[in-house]
Design a protein. Structure first.
Length: 148
């Protein structure tokens, strides 16, 4: 099986991220990129270049809970009906719960991050919410699970 790498732009200093299409039955994406018009257009172009469309994707496997890797997953799922798999440890991030921001705020306060930096950090996290849609109903995975 040939694995196709598709580079997607992000609005973050880290630069672009990669998603990978595993063709076959079922067509599977590893990661989904951020939820931006630019990333969506790049994904559609990348899929088209290898003979697929967004609505051909039947499965998405998310590697971790960073917005640049999962933010666009619900957009893809809405177009394709794809089942989304992700580690259950990232549930709060995927479901858009305020708990995650509160957890980080508590963690960094206890770690001694100055209040001014903490406020900037929290405001930045909250602003990133526009770059994702909550992803309830994903199929949770645990360490050691296999996806057939």
């Amino acid at each position: 099986m040939q694995i196709h790498r598709i580079e997607l732009p992000t609005p973050f200093p880290v630069g672009p991220v990669n998603v990978f299409l595993l063709p076959g039955d079922p067509p599977t994406l590893i990661d989904a990129g951020p939820k931006t018009e630019q990333a969506q257009a790049a994904l559609e172009a990348g899929l088209t270049a290898v003979g697929y469309r967004t609505d051909d994707v039947r499965r998405i496997i998310l590697t971790h809970g960073h917005i640049d890797h999962f933010g666009g997953a619900d957009w893809i799922r809405q177009r394709s009906g794809a089942e989304v798999f992700a580690h259950d440890a990232d549930r709060s991030k995927f479901e858009g719960q305020r708990w995650f921001v509160d957890h980080l705020k508590k963690f960094f306060t206890e770690a001694g991050l100055p209040a001014a930096f903490l406020q900037i950090f929290v405001e930045t996290l909250i602003s990133y919410r526009e770059l994702l849609d909550p992803l309830p109903g994903f199929s949770p995975l645990a360490d050691g699970d296999a996806v057939d």
